[in-house]
Design a protein around this ligand. Structure first.
Ligand code: PSV
Ligand code: MN
Length: 419
C-alpha cells in the first residue's frame, strides 16, 4: 500500500478531529511547528527483540548489521517524521566505514545523537575484566582500559558527526563491605575527568545514573545527586542524564527534572516506562500521567531558561521489546512522547502560576488535568502529515506488511546486537 493511499483513506476522519482540536486552542500553528521540530533518537540496540536472563523470543527480520539498523530507523522516520536520529552503542555497533554509514543515515534524514560507551560487559579478546567495575576499579590498569574505551567512543562519534557521549556505568557493589564508597567515587571522578579532557569543544558528556542492577547493594552513580556531583565537578560540558526507569519506586521524577533544569545541568533523557524497576516498557504504557507531569516541568523549565525544546537536550528512547515487534513498540513509544509533549504545550501557564501564587490547589490541579485530558492525537497526526508522514504509522506498518517483508529479506532467524 502507498503512503498517499493510506493517508487519503483516513483524511476525512482526521479533518473532523483536527478541526475540533484547532477550535480548542489559539496555539495550533505554534504547537504544530514545535511538534515538527521535535525528534526522538532511536537507540541502535533496541531494534531487535529484547530478552531477559530467562529467554529471548525473536520474531524474525531483525537487522543484521548497522546498515540495516539505519534502514529500520529510516522506516520509522518515514512514517512518523519524529525519529530522525540514532544513538549508537559501542562496541555493539562500531561503524566499520564511518563515511558510508554517515551518508546512509543522511539519505534517510537521520543524524547521530549521543554515543554510548560500554564498560558493563567484557568483550571477546578484552585484556582485563569489568567484573568488579570499570572507572571505580581498585586496579589502575582496568580504570585506564575503561578511560581508553570512552575516548575511542568519542573518536567514533566525531567521525559520524555526533556531539555527545553518554556514560552509564554499572559500577557499584553487591554486598556490604565490598567497596570503599569514597575511593570508588574518587576513582570514578578521576576517570571521568580524563574522558572529559578528550571531549571536543562543542561536545557534551552525559552522566547517566541508575539506582540498582546489575549491582544490588550500591551503585557508584546511583542517583541524580551523585550524577550532579560528578557533572558539577567535571565542568560546563558535563550534564546529568535522566533515564525514567532508573529511580527507586515512586521517586518524584518531575521534581528532579525541574531542579536539574534550574541548575542548567539537565543534559538528556532516556524514555521508557515501568511498573517495578528498570522494566524498559513502552513509553506511556504504565504511567502516562507521570510522563505528562515530567513533560510539563520540561516545557516550563526549558522556557524559563529560553532553551530550544528540540535541540538543547538529548531526547532518546531506551527500551526493550520482549513480546512486541520492536518497530511497532518504537512507533508506540514515539507517539506517546509526541502526544505528551503536545499536552504539555497546551498547559495554561499563566493560570497555573496565578493558582500557585494564590495557593489555589484545586485550580492548579484543574489546569494540569485540563491539558492531560485533552485528546491531542489529531494535532500530532497533522504535524506528521504536513511533514510527509503517515496519518496512522502503526496502521500503515501493519497494512503494508512491513515485518513480513523484512523477514523475507533478512530471514526468520536473525539476531540484532544489543541486550
Ligand atoms: C542501563 O540500564 C541503560 O539504561 C544505559 O543507558 C545503557 O546504555 C542502556 O540501558 C543499554 O543497556
Ligand atoms: Mn538508559
Amino acid at each position: 500500500m502507498e503512503l498517499e493511499q493510506h493517508n487519503a483513506s483516513l483524511q476525512a476522519a482526521h479533518q473532523r478531529a483536527f478541526s475540533y482540536i484547532s477550535g480548542e486552542t489559539d496555539q495550533t500553528e505554534a504547537i504544530l511547528k514545535k511538534l515538527a521540530a521535535f525528534q526522538v533518537a532511536i537507540p541502535s540496540w533496541a531494534l531487535g527483540t529484547g530478552g531477559t536472563r530467562f529467554g529471548r523470543f525473536p520474531a524474525g527480520g531483525e537487522p543484521r548489521n548497522l546498515e540495516e539498523k539505519i534502514e529500520d530507523i529510516g522506516l520509522l522516520h518515514k512514517l512518523n517524521q519524529s525519529s530522525g536520529a540514532i544513538s549508537l552503542h559501542i562496541p555493539w555497533d562500531i561503524p566499520s566505514n564511518p563515511a558510508h554509514i554517515k551518508a546512509l543515515a543522511a539519505e534517510q534524514g537521520i543524524r547521530f545523537d549521543a554515543m554510548n560507551s560500554n564498560t558493563f560487559q567484557d568483550q571477546p579478546g578484552q585484556a582485563l575484566s569489568y567484573k568488579f567495575g570499570s572507572l571505580q576499579h581498585v586496579n589502575k590498569a582496568i580504570r585506564q582500559q575503561a578511560i581508553d574505551h570512552n575516548i575511542e567512543v568519542i573518536k567514533h562519534g566525531i567521525e559520524l558527526g555526533s556531539d555527545s557521549l553518554t556514560v552509564w556505568l554499572s559500577d557499584g557493589s553487591c554486598f556490604p563491605g565490598q567497596l570503599n564508597f569514597r575511593q570508588a567515587f574518587q576513582n570514578t571522578l578521576e576517570g571521568l575527568q580524563e574522558i572529559y579532557k578528550a571531549l571536543p569543544d562543542n561536545w557534551k558528556v552525559f552522566v547517566e545514573y541508575k539506582a540498582f542492577e546489575p549491582n544490588f547493594y550500591s551503585t557508584t552513580v546511583g542517583d541524580w545527586g551523585q550524577s550532579l556531583l560528578y557533572a558539577s565537578k567535571l565542568g560546563p560540558k558535563a550534564y546529568t542524564l535522566v533515564d525514567l526507569g532508573h529511580h527507586l519506586p515512586n521517586a518524584n521524577i518531575e521534581q528532579i527534572v525541574s531542579l536539574l533544569l534550574m541548575e542548567g545541568k539537565l543534559g538528556g533523557f532516556h524514555f521508557n516506562d515501568s511498573k517495578y524497576g528498570d522494566d524498559d516498557l513502552t513509553v506511556g504504557s504504565i504511567k502516562p500521567y507521570q510522563l505528562f507531569l515530567i513533560f510539563n516541568e520540561l516545557v516550563e523549565g526549558m522556557d524559563a531558561r529560553g532553551m530550544n525544546h528540540a535541540k538543547d537536550l538529548g531526547w532518546m528512547i531506551d527500551a526493550s521489546h520482549n513480546v512486541k515487534d520492536p518497530l511497532e513498540d518504537l512507533l508506540q513509544s514515539v507517539e506517546a512522547i509526541m502526544l505528551t509533549y503536545a499536552q504539555a504545550l497546551l498547559v495554561d501557564r499563566k493560570k497555573l502560576a496565578e493558582a500557585q501564587m494564590n495557593n489555589d490547589v484545586v485550580t492548579a490541579q484543574e489546569v494540569l488535568q485540563q491539558a492531560f485530558r485533552t485528546d491531542v492525537r489529531a494535532l500530532v497526526a497533522e504535524a506528521r502529515l504536513r511533514a510527509g508522514g503517515a496519518l496512522n504509522p502503526l496502521g500503515y506498518f501493519r497494512a503494508a506488511k512491513v515485518r513480513e517483508q523484512l523477514i523475507k529479506k533478512r530471514g526468520l532467524k536473525t539476531v540484532a546486537t544489543g541486550l
